[in-house]
Write a protein that binds this ligand. Structure first.
Ligand SMILES: Nc1ncnc2c1ncn2[C@@H]1O[C@H](COP(=O)(O)OP(=O)(O)OP(=O)(O)O)[C@@H](O)[C@H]1O
Ligand SMILES: [Mg+2]
Length: 184
């Protein structure tokens, strides 16, 4: 959901290309155009009202059965992870699946997807055999050759569909620039 894409400008706008909403984070402190809030503010969440409204709207829509996606972009240290933490805190009644791209794991296929799906893996036995086997192999639960990416993708969709029968699901992926390619 987030990445280090230097950009400035308004709170939300659409990029060229696919219609994916993007929230571009400006600096919180109006006296400074770069960097995180001052240390005195670090312990307490400040500002981000318009972004908070966007996130609340997104959560409300999902809670009411719609699918939503939001990409959060901003300079390093601007507050992306903190904003995502806020979204998770507000997502009462949701099941939260979270993953963070890790630079040292970029060469490990499916490492990011494994993080995201870990809380759902107890549902694997419910999946059709080809999907179950592909996901098991991708996530190191079973041996075998390198899995078909299409089947792994289908398995993830099936897992999400399974868990969403119980409650709405919020997937949060941070530092996407460091996700392994197979997961991304
Ligand atoms: N709204 C906020 N209120 C108070 N402190 C904040 C706020 N946003 C960010 N911070 C503080 O600023 C610092 C950087 O925030 P954060 O880690 O969320 O940035 P980031 O954009 O995710 O950074 P990176 O690009 O390195 O992943 C942290 O210490 C965090 O606590
Ligand atoms: Mg971050």
């Amino acid at each position: 959901m987030t990445g280090h894409v230097p950009d400035g400008g308004s709170d939300t706008r659409r990029p060229e290309g696919p219609e994916v909403p993007v929230a571009i984070l400006p600096s919180i402190n109006s006296h400074s155009s770069r960097g995180p809030p001052s240390a005195s503010h670090a312990a307490q969440f400040v500002g981000r009202r318009s972004e908070g409204r966007v996130l609340k709207n997104l959560l409300d829509n999902v809670y009411n059965g719609r699918s939503e996606v939001l990409v959060v972009r901003g300079e390093p240290g601007i507050g992306k992870t903190t904003l995502l933490d806020q979204a998770v805190d507000r997502a009462s009644g949701f099941q939260v699946a979270r993953a963070t791209g890790v630079e040292s794991e970029m060469e490990l296929p499916y490492a990011g997807l494994h993080q995201l799906c870990r809380p759902m893996l107890d549902r694997l036995p419910l999946l059709p055999a080809p999907q179950r086997e592909a996901a098991s192999s991708a996530f190191g639960i079973a041996g075998g050759r390198s899995p078909d990416r299409f089947l792994v993708g289908l398995a993830v969709l099936s897992l999400l569909a399974e868990v969403s029968e119980q409650a709405p699901v919020l997937c949060v992926v941070d530092d996407v620039q460091w996700l392994d390619r197979a997961s991304a």
